[in-house]
Write a new protein. Structure first.
Length: 118
């Protein structure tokens, strides 16, 4: 599979389109953000991501590297977060995405989100 799908995936994230974002995933998707416990299913993603997006005016992923091997895609990015108070914070991240067919079944976002709220 071409890595072109990654651009569409992150365009959905950057557009903060929750229902479209959830459609990219299997029903039993595994999700881990930073050092938080891994969750299973779309509902925990919806709750957690909505909490984050609720604090933001916008976000944008500038992908600095994309690697794919079989059903695993690794994305390195600089993420620009604009908070509702206007403060802009840029944070590095590396995300591992595993797929079943065309759907993401496992997401591992490796980053420290704490500076966003400092």
């Amino acid at each position: 599979m071409s890595t072109e799908w990654v651009k569409d995936y992150y365009a959905t994230v950057d557009g903060m389109k929750m229902e479209e974002y959830l459609d990219w995933h299997t029903d039993d998707v595994k999700f881990r953000f930073g050092s938080t416990p891994t969750t299973t299913g779309k509902e925990p993603i919806k709750q957690g991501v909505n909490q984050l997006w609720g604090a933001l005016e916008s976000l944008h992923h500038d992908m600095t590297g994309v690697w794919e091997s079989g059903n695993v895609t690794i994305v390195e990015a600089e993420i620009t977060y604009t908070r509702k108070d206007g403060k802009v914070v840029v944070l590095p991240a590396a995300t591992v995405l595993r797929r079943e067919g065309n759907l993401v079944s496992d997401i591992r976002i490796n980053m420290d989100i704490n500076p966003l709220f400092a």
